[in-house]
Design a protein around this ligand. Structure first.
Ligand code: KIV
Ligand code: ZN
Length: 514
């Protein structure tokens, strides 16, 4: 009989540790809601000891997201475990995930602890976590580079201390599939009590083998797999959820295993994570890349027309990717628009959100002949994370050309005040960004700027993502428009508004502390 694999999503913890990724509370909640729709079994919401923002994010998710198990990470120390428990205790099903490194190199140089002390600390941590929380997961960090005999000893002790889940990380993505599969097999054969707990794996992608290693692990008896959307995560990332899940689904004949993931929600989840983190998906990325279902060569197209199975091993529909249809134009009414929204799966929008989206659709239909499903999805996702728009773009003007200095004038509004400024720049985008800085009276540290077309055609919607930095924190902004300069200015202002929101939350917290 086919067995179930539990999907543990760590996009909001390991994924959020990706370089240049920083999500605010509303964004974390939005992603968590979508992960719930996707059907993840366990959602690792953060590492609460690391910051107040992380703690609050985990707590809000624990309070509001009720279907999956909600877990938080803690080093094997009392203070971390207390903080993790404080953050997850209101979850419908809370779990504490505690870890300590067991490889010689980590014990000697990072922890500066003898193996006996590590063993003792692991046991104390699991016992303490278990005294607070009904479900405890234990991870021996850098397990794949640990001495197997010592690893077995630590795992056995952690199980005796009350661990419910034992997770084996390939922390630095060093393992190969055959090797990692044998490690899992060795653990199952040598660790007393392992059959009483769930055996999990957590693979990093430094050598591009995270998904292959996770698949080798489930072939050898692992029953929980830790992964992230779009493979986000430390350095080269973690095993990509969409790749692992679709491999099991597409090759059910081979693996004979299943997950409870609603695969039709994969594409939407990938797009949401990409747009909120500002980390774009490479076009040739398996499953969710823009080219994953595109067939360029004539021979392939011919084969597909004769029978899709010639070159397609899974359908675009199975990940929720619908063929973009020409659906609406400027004469379409609200009723038709609402019906299309429902068909696209947007059934939870409030009347105000629908009105707002409809107004945006009308504005777009004035500029664009046909409005496609992908345009509508972009309009909705533009509004999905509501943050206070302290700074708003009222108007801009650009003068630019290849033989003149680009100049820009902007008019912004900020809490009832009108701010107008002009500036020059090295190209129109630089000019408008400078004009916005001047008008808002800010010195903004721009870290990254991107622009791309969301849909096809000359009148395609352009999407800009901008990352700015302040005090070591990154704020990602997004803007869409048929005009790429407007999209860029909106993205820049969106990032500034996130920065201002963070500033005002920090000063509110300072006041509380006083
Ligand atoms: O990569 C790793 O080892 C981790 C652990 C904390 C599970 O992320
Ligand atoms: Zn990790």
């Amino acid at each position: 009989m086919s067995e179930r694999i539990y999907i543990f999503d760590t996009t909001l913890r390991d994924g959020e540790q990706s370089p240049g990724v920083s999500l605010n509370m509303q964004e974390k909640l939005e992603i968590a809601r979508q992960l719930e729709n996707l059907g993840v079994d366990i959602l690792e919401a953060g590492f609460p000891i690391t910051s107040k923002g992380d703690f609050e994010g985990v707590r809000a998710i624990a309070q509001q997201i009720r279907k999956p198990v909600i877990t938080a990470l803690a080093r094997a120390v009392k203070q971390d475990i207390d903080r993790a428990w404080e953050a997850v205790k209101e979850a419908a099903r809370p779990r504490i995930h505690t870890f300590i490194a067991t490889s010689d190199v980590h014990m000697k140089y990072k922890l500066r602890m003898k193996p006996e002390a590590v063993l003792e600390r692991a046991v104390e941590a699991v016992k303490y976590a278990k005294s607070l929380c009904p479900e405890v997961e234990f991870s021996p960090e850098d397990a794949s580079r640990s001495r197997p005999e010592f690893l077995y000893q630590v795992l056995e002790a952690a199980i005796m201390a009350g661990a419910d889940v034992i997770n084996i990380p390939d922390t630095v993505g060093y393992s190969t599939p055959l090797e990692f599969g044998s490690l899992i097999k060795g653990i199952r054969e040598n660790v007393k009590g392992i059959d009483k707990v769930i055996l999990s794996v957590h693979c990093h992608n430094d050598l591009g083998m995270a998904v292959a290693n996770s698949l080798a692990a489930v072939e050898n008896g692992a029953r929980q797999v830790e992964c992230t959307i779009n493979g986000l995560g430390e350095r080269a990332g973690n095993a990509a959820l969409e790749e692992f899940v679709m491999a099991l689904r597409t090759r059910k004949d081979y693996y004979g295993l299943y997950t409870n993931i609603v695969t039709e929600q994969i594409y939407r989840t990938s797009t949401l994570v990409s747009s909120l983190t500002g980390v774009h998906v490479q076009p040739n990325k398996a499953v969710v890349g823009a080219n994953a279902f595109a067939h360029e060569s004539g021979i392939h197209q011919h084969g597909l027309l004769a029978n899709r199975e010639t070159y397609e091993i899974m359908t675009p529909e199975s990940i929720g990717l619908k063929q973009s249809q020409i659906i609406l134009g400027k004469h379409s009414g609200r009723h038709a628009f609402e019906e299309r929204l429902a068909e696209l799966g947007y059934t939870h929008l409030s009347a105000d959100e629908i009105s707002d989206a409809f107004q945006k659709f009308k504005d777009l239909a004035d500029k664009k002949k046909y409005v496609l499903d992908s345009d509508i999805e972009a309009l909705i996702s533009d509004k999905i994370t509501q943050i206070p728009e302290v700074l708003q773009l009222e108007y801009f003007h650009i003068s630019s050309g290849n033989s003149l200095i680009s100049t820009s004038t902007v008019r912004l509004s900020m809490e009832g005040r009108i701010l107008e400024e002009a500036a020059c720049g090295d190209g129109p985008i630089d000019a408008i960004f400078h004009a916005i800085d001047r008008a808002a009276g800010l010195e903004v540290n721009l870290k990254d700027y991107r622009i791309r077309a969301i849909t096809s055609g000359k009148d395609a919607l352009g999407e800009s993502t901008v990352k700015i930095e302040k005090n070591g924190r990154i704020y990602a902004g997004r803007g869409i428009s048929t005009d790429i300069i407007e999209a860029s200015a909106k993205a820049y202002i969106n990032a500034i508004n996130k920065m201002l929101l963070d500033d005002s939350e920090d000063s509110a917290q300072d006041k509380q502390a006083i």
